[in-house]
Every structure is written in structure tokens, then in C-alpha cells.
Design a protein around this ligand. Structure first.
Ligand code: ADP
Length: 215
């Protein structure tokens, strides 16, 4: 299948764009959704995490206490590595399973930290035909995440500063969907639709109409 890696900073609009591609017939494998499933009550990562970090990072519901875990990994890179050693192989394995079963005109992997991962591994670059970045200005990212989650601007700023910068993300992109503060949902829909048409063409072996097509 023709494969796209879809990424963007927190609040950039990745999920919204992925929902549109799904509606138009693409298969979606979202690594963030998989991470949430693995850390939901009864999820496969819960017991290994409890064993590694103790009961304080597990909420009374049995789910990962994301806030407690976030605090812990912000304070300690070692804790972050230990968490990643548990969760990353599980996410990779479920991602592979779902990709193998996926059906659609092309396959979109939604990977929030795709660009960040390129620093230490070319896995995603090798796994996909194109990397698509949903691009947004930082102030709009903060406003959207604040409205969605109620996190403070400081907390959102901390998350954003641990992510790649807008420029670094754009430098890794084959395709860009601009979804900044000026972008209406109609604008976003037509920009996403244009990419969808081009990817469908490429997936069917027809030349797309990219400026740099054939690359
Ligand atoms: P991400 O998955 O990148 O974190 P989302 O797709 O969840 O971002 O978008 C963040 C929030 O902003 C959501 O509530 C979404 O509905 C809203 N949003 C995204 N793009 C736009 C837009 N162009 N206009 C209005 N709201 C938007």
C-alpha cells in the first residue's frame, strides 16, 4: 500500500486532518490512539509500567495517570527512557499488526513525534512513501490545546518545547497542510482534499501533480 506518515505539533490539527482522510477512504493507523489503548485500564502496558514505576502513576480507574507520568518524565530523562523502553516496542508491534490488516486507497500513519524520531532512527523515513506535516503557528497551537484540554499555557509550552520546532518539522516534510490561526475548516478541507487526490493518483501509479512529482 502507498504509505503516508502524518505528523505535526500538539494542537496542529493532525487528528482533524486524519479524520478527513479516513472519511475519503484512507486507512488510518494512529500511534497515539494505540498508546492510549495500551495505557487504558487493562491495557497491555499497565502492569509493566506499574512494576517499573510503582502504583503512584496508575490512577484509581486502572489507567495510566498521564499527568503523574508526565511530571515524572519531565524531571528525569532516565524515567523517560524506561517508559519508552516499555511502550515503544508495544506501539511498534500493534502498529505493524494494524498496518498489515489495513484496507483503503492508501495508508496514513499518524505519528505525533515522527520528526523527532528521525534524529535517532530512520525507521519512519524508510517505512513511508511521503511525510506530511500539518503546520501551525505556536500561538494557535497553545490556544487550541487550551480550549481542548484546559491545560495551562505553561504546561502546553513545556510539551511544545520538548517537540521539534516548526522549522525542523517543515524541513522534513514532503507535503505540508497549512492549518494556522487564519485557516478555516473549509480551507483545511480543501487543502487536505487536494493532497488526498494526489496521493490516490500516486497510489494507483498515476503521476501526481506535485510541483516536484517524480521525486
Ligand atoms: P492534534 O491531533 O494535532 O493535537 P487536533 O486535530 O486534535 O490536533 O486539533 C486540536 C483542536 O483544534 C481540536 O479541537 C480541533 O477540532 C481544533 N481545530 C483544528 N484545526 C482547526 C481549524 N482550522 N479551525 C478550528 N478548529 C480547529
Amino acid at each position: 500500500m502507498y504509505k503516508i506518515g502524518l505528523t505535526g505539533g500538539i494542537g496542529s490539527g493532525k487528528s482533524k486532518v486524519a479524520d478527513m482522510f479516513a472519511q475519503w477512504g484512507a486507512a488510518i493507523v494512529d500511534t497515539d490512539v494505540i498508546a492510549h489503548e495500551l495505557t487504558a485500564p487493562g491495557g497491555a502496558a499497565i502492569e509493566p509500567i506499574r512494576k517499573q514505576f510503582g502504583p503512584d502513576v496508575i490512577a484509581s480507574t486502572g489507567a495510566l495517570d498521564r499527568q503523574a507520568m508526565r511530571e515524572l518524565v519531565f524531571e528525569s530523562p532516565q524515567a523517560r527512557h524506561k517508559l519508552e523502553a516499555i511502550i515503544h516496542p508495544m506501539i511498534a508491534s500493534v502498529t505493524r499488526e494494524r498496518a498489515a490488516q489495513a484496507q483503503g486507497c492508501y495508508l496514513v500513519f499518524v505519528v505525533p513525534l515522527l520528526v523527532e524520531s528521525l534524529e535517532h532512527s530512520s525507521r519512519w523515513r524508510d517505512a513511508v512513501d511521503r511525510i506530511c506535516v500539518v503546520d501551525c503557528d505556536p500561538a494557535t497551537q497553545v490556544a487550541r490545546v487550551q480550549a481542548r484540554s484546559g491545560l495551562t499555557p505553561e504546561a502546553i509550552g513545556r510539551i511544545m518545547s520538548a517537540q521539534a520546532s516548526r522549522a525542523v518539522r517543515l524541513a522534513a516534510a514532503d507535503d505540508v497542510v497549512l492549518n494556522d490561526g487564519q485557516t478555516t475548516v473549509d480551507d483545511l478541507t480543501s487543502r487536505s482534499r487536494a493532497l488526498h487526490e494526489q496521493w490516490c493518483a500516486l497510489a494507483q501509479g498515476r503521476p501526481g501533480s506535485f510541483a516536484g512529482s517524480g521525486s
